[in-house]
Design a protein around this ligand. Sequence first.
Ligand code: KE4
Length: 435
Amino acid sequence: MGIERSKELFAKACQHIPGGVNSPVRACKSVGCEPIFIERAAGARVYDADGNEYLDFVCSWGPMILGHNHPAVVAAIRETLEAGTSFGAPTSKEIELAELVTGALPSVEKVRFVSSGTEATMSAVRLARGFTGRSKVVKFDGCYHGHADSFLIKAGSGVITLGIPGSPGVPEDIVRNTLSIPYNDVDTLEKTLRDPKLDIACVIVEPAAGNMGVVPPAPGFLEALRQLTSELGIVLIFDEVITGFRLALGGAQEYYGVRPDLTCLGKIIGGGLPVGAYGGKKEIMDHIAPDGPVYQAGTLSGNPLAMAAGAATLRELSRPGFYQELETKAADFAAQLAQLAERHLPGQTTLNRVASMMTTFFTPGPVTDYVSAMRADTDRYAAHYRNMRSQGVWLAPAQFEAAFISAAQTEADLALALEKTEWSFKNLANPEKSR
Ligand code: KE4
């Protein structure tokens, strides 16, 4: 499994691109190895620049729920490409994807397409502020909503944390309007939202968290969030960039039966091309330019190729039985994975799963929020990542991410992944013995 060509490419990339990558996590810094450069992908597999084959559980960080190069998606892109790539004018392709999104998500009466999840969440927060005339945004420790300034604040230390910049370049007066509180903590949530000194415009939440590793909402958490924000006239934003069309055709809001005021989408709705979206109640969305005064725009928003890829993907996801089949595969895989962990690393791991997204935390657990997730042994995760990649199984290069099951992975693929996992767990348990 030599990766010499990837190493050469990485060295070259580092001369021209910060860190040699266009998104930090791809540099594999937290798993102590160099990144592999992917040359092509098909179905459940990716192939690196040295010709090595990997069973893919990264799924491009979520979008590739159908697997790579699904024939229907490729055909839709090819057909659209023949007619041109970008016009800077409306096309019927945007209506097609908008109808699929609003048809799947009853809470989304109107939707605006953008080109990334960050654009979606950034715009949704601006809209909530414009609609309410208030300024404060409440988020949750461990939840990630993209890299817009107002989201890059240090995670709280378990209490209400007024925005402390989480990155250089983010001015204090920007993040002063963002509060971060613990996920799944209804008491702190209620105290914060009812604080008369805080003019809160919105709460933004990952309805099932994926960015501290997978952390499900505690029973009653989303319901309390919905009840409090409705009572207090606060806009509830579900950031469904990961969970949208992942947990169910109707996303987390269908899966958990809680409807937000605004929803942010990305990843899957682009079918592998750059798409983000935000949408929700008509009375709120009608505040967006050109109908209303809240400004948001984008040169490549609604790009026809991306719309076609997204629409082809959602049509496949709409097939009866799709999510049931995915759930059966994911549940069976997770059950066997947990058994292997208990056998070889007893009491040392926690497996959190929500539908077809899951994380093995190397900590006894339970993992229910940011503080408990941070107890994970990231060195052990790094060793597991390197083990699995050496065996041709490609996991997320960071403990605090999700592994994704795709429709393209077969029973045989998942059995192979479990076999390699058992080898790795044995190696982690007895590093000397299984060199
Ligand atoms: P993008 O701007 O990366 O398209 O989306 C930002 C975003 C917003 N909301 C949620 C819940 C997200 O998970 C993301 C992006 N997810 C990360 C991985 N967890 C993308 C991977 C990366 O940063 O390279």
